[in-house]
Design a protein around this ligand. Structure first.
Ligand SMILES: Nc1ncnc2c1ncn2[C@@H]1O[C@H](COP(=O)(O)OP(=O)(O)OP(=O)(O)O)[C@@H](O)[C@H]1O
Ligand SMILES: [Mg+2]
Length: 332
């Protein structure tokens, strides 16, 4: 694929829209500067002797630039916009029909509540897998009212869903900073260093205990790695749907974590046992025996109670900190 317009626009514009063109040319030892000439004119004006010194000829350079740009442009293709996510009910563990047809919209936070083992993680997994009646629940998931394109199900680049799972195992031996940089680079953001710094800063604000960017990811505490992944998800992920399986037990600032995620226009689904998080959602699904049993809209009265719950929670948090720092709680 040759994007001819890209080769014929003024370099000033091409370099601004596609800053990696400069990186590409620099990697061959060639300098390029913004200006009125087009990329094609720039290539045509290169001195053949200079190219020979650099170990490449005009044809090879044009070919590999073209291949490189084709690859980059495919990756940069914008995601199709997600306007709705529909969950078409299947059956609970006893085989009873769910009788639900639920439509979720961007900017919404939906909490999933229910006893341990009731099927909260299963519902998140159905969404991640974009189930089509092919999971134990028989649920079907539609995107924009349609069975989604298979690219959503199988492509790693066009990820429909970003998932924070209950169990996180880092297998790589990288520092927190290297790990995030790798993510930023693989997602082709234009200013990776800025994003990396932003993510590390946010993660440290969420985590109870600060960590240094050099800390190996394998040495981060549960809460710290959770905080890192939440900041990563909020700042880097372009996925229009975010699934979160339990953030409450991780010892991080839950409210800040959720606020950070809500800033982006995503559909957020969160499995939780935590009343504060549950009330922060717009709606909540109650799961019972593997099925969606009820849909509750957070009411005005509940929102009022959220305030006093938060005060209670802050008190508990302060007590927890006092215990951690070795104080006694004879007076509270
Ligand atoms: N509708 C269903 N039909 C058959 N199996 C189901 C159904 N829903 C859930 N299950 C199965 O029940 C088991 C427990 O479900 P799950 O892990 O989702 O529970 P959970 O609510 O996330 O529990 P916890 O709060 O402990 O994390 C899983 O093996 C899951 O696959
Ligand atoms: Mg679970």
């Amino acid at each position: 694929m040759k994007d001819t317009s890209l080769f014929h626009k003024a370099l000033t514009i091409s370099l601004e829209e596609h800053p990696y063109i400069e990186d590409f040319l620099n990697s061959f030892g060639l300098d390029v500067e913004p200006g009125p000439n087009s990329l094609q004119q720039y290539l045509d004006n290169l001195d053949p002797d200079k190219l020979e010194d650099l170990g490449i000829n005009y044809q090879q350079l044009c070919q590999s630039l073209n291949d490189f740009l084709a690859g980059m442009l495919t990756l940069k293709e914008p995601l199709d916009k997600v306007d709705s996510l529909t969950i078409i009910g299947g059956r609970d563990k006893s085989g009873n029909a769910e009788n639900i047809d639920l439509v979720l919209k961007p900017g919404e936070v939906i909490c999933i509540v229910g006893p341990t083992g009731s099927g909260k993680s299963r519902l998140l997994a159905d969404i991640e897998w974009v189930a089509q009646g092919d999971t134990p629940t028989g649920r079907k998931i539609l995107i924009n009212n349609q069975v989604p394109d298979s690219k959503w199900r199988f492509s790693t680049e066009h990820k429909l869903v970003a998932q924070l799972s209950q169990n996180m195992n880092f297998v790589m031996d990288l520092s927190a900073e290297e790990f995030i940089r790798m993510h930023a680079e693989s997602r082709l953001v234009t200013n990776p260093e800025e994003k990396v710094a932003q993510i590390l800063k946010q993660a440290n604000q969420l985590a109870g205990e600060m960590f240094h960017p050099d800390t190996p990811v394998t040495s981060l505490s549960g809460g710290q790695s959770r905080a890192l992944m939440i900041a990563d998800m909020a700042i880097l992920s372009k996925s229009p749907i975010a699934l979160i399986d339990e953030i409450e037990n991780a010892g991080i600032d839950r409210k800040k974590a959720l606020d950070l995620l809500v800033q982006e226009e995503k559909i957020i689904l969160m499995a939780t046992h935590d009343p504060i998080l549950a009330l922060m959602g717009d709606r909540r699904l109650v799961i019972k025996n593997g099925g969606i049993n009820k849909l509750i809209e957070s009411s005005e009265a509940e929102r009022k109670n959220l305030k006093s719950l938060e005060e209670l929670d802050n008190k508990l948090l302060a007590l927890r900190n006092r215990i951690r720092s070795g104080e006694t709680l004879e007076e509270i």
